[in-house]
Design a protein around this ligand. Sequence first.
Ligand SMILES: [Zn+2]
Ligand SMILES: [Zn+2]
Length: 141
Amino acid sequence: MSTLSGRCFCGEVQFEVTGAPAAMGYCHCESCRHWSAGPVNAFTLWKPESLKITRGASSIGTYNKTPISYRKWCTHCGGHLFTEHPTMGLVDVYAATLPQLKFEPALHVNYQESVLRINDGKPKMKDMPQEMGGSGVVLAE
Ligand SMILES: [Zn+2]
Ligand SMILES: [Zn+2]
């Protein structure tokens, strides 16, 4: 199994993910945009046991606005790390924190909230796929 290493902006917090992600794509939701201060969030979803903190665990801050997403960052540099989704049983390790990852986005989620249209031919889910508790409705690009 392959292991990829990731780190926060300053390197205080370091981690590894092992195996393959359950899903990769882009989230356009207002929460991701507001928290990241970016127009879209490139996500990679993993089983929680695939993620191991190898350094700086005590420097990880947590904030949850909703019970769905526990957002994590480095308390030294403020760099974002990952978001736990306990109700989904998955953790979103931001693609940007995994430089060795071959990012292969399969879909866009929460596209109804998009502020940045991306014409890449990938499915544009109105909210979330049905298997992840959404409507499964696909929108035009
Ligand atoms: Zn840091
Ligand atoms: Zn989102």
